[in-house]
Design a protein. Structure first.
Length: 198
């Protein structure tokens, strides 16, 4: 990466960091693009150079979150931790964070579904950091470990399990459910795992 690219990436990360703090402090709806630009000490045009909209900034934050989650999963798999335990732990972490940042999570799902409409032809390309791709990686490790039948398509299972997790989160947010989201997600995932386990 050249010096110019490094500077662009630093600016992009500064914008994301400023936005993350503002979203938590002021709330997503109360934070404007002007607020983010001012907090990141960049011109509004610079912000728009890196991100199309406030929703795009939020999606950028989620990509950073998923990269960290993916790195944690990689470390656990490298340590030979049981893949299915790694999967449940990753989904529990995601559920706990959704509970902690419920309003921000609601806006994330609205932004994500809006983006999916725009990119319906390729929602989970291999080079994208996405929950289905993270779960697919775990499913492959579980298949190699003999925990899941190898005849199942790992990408389809990854998409199905991630879809169940997302659906559990969205319905929990929209229906104002009282039970802990972590319990709901774990219950749903365990039902799927019982169906595909060896």
């Amino acid at each position: 990466m050249g010096r110019r690219e490094e500077k662009r990436e630093v600016t992009r990360q500064d914008i994301l960091a400023a936005a993350g703090l503002l979203f938590i402090k002021k709330g997503y709806e109360s934070t404007s693009v002007d607020d983010i630009a001012e907090a990141a000490n960049v011109a509004k045009g610079t912000l728009y150079y890196h991100f199309k909209s406030k929703d795009d900034v939020l999606l950028g934050l989620s990509i950073g979150y998923l990269k960290r989650l993916s790195e944690t999963v990689d470390q656990k798999l490298e340590k030979q931790e049981p893949p299915l335990a790694v999967m449940v732990d990753a989904l529990r972490t995601l559920a706990r964070d959704t509970e902690s940042y419920k309003e921000l999570s609601r806006h994330f799902f609205l932004a994500m579904f809006g983006q999916m409409r725009e990119e319906l032809d390729s929602p989970h390309q291999d080079d994208q950091v996405s929950l289905p791709n993270i779960i697919t990686k775990i499913v492959k490790a579980a298949q190699e470990n003999g925990d899941i039948d190898k005849t199942w398509d790992s990408r389809e299972l990854g998409a199905m399990i991630a879809g169940a997790s997302h659906h559990a989160q969205v319905t929990w947010i929209l229906l104002e459910e009282k039970r802990p989201l972590v319990d709901k997600v774990e219950q749903w995932v365990q039902v799927i795992l019982r169906g595909i386990a060896n």
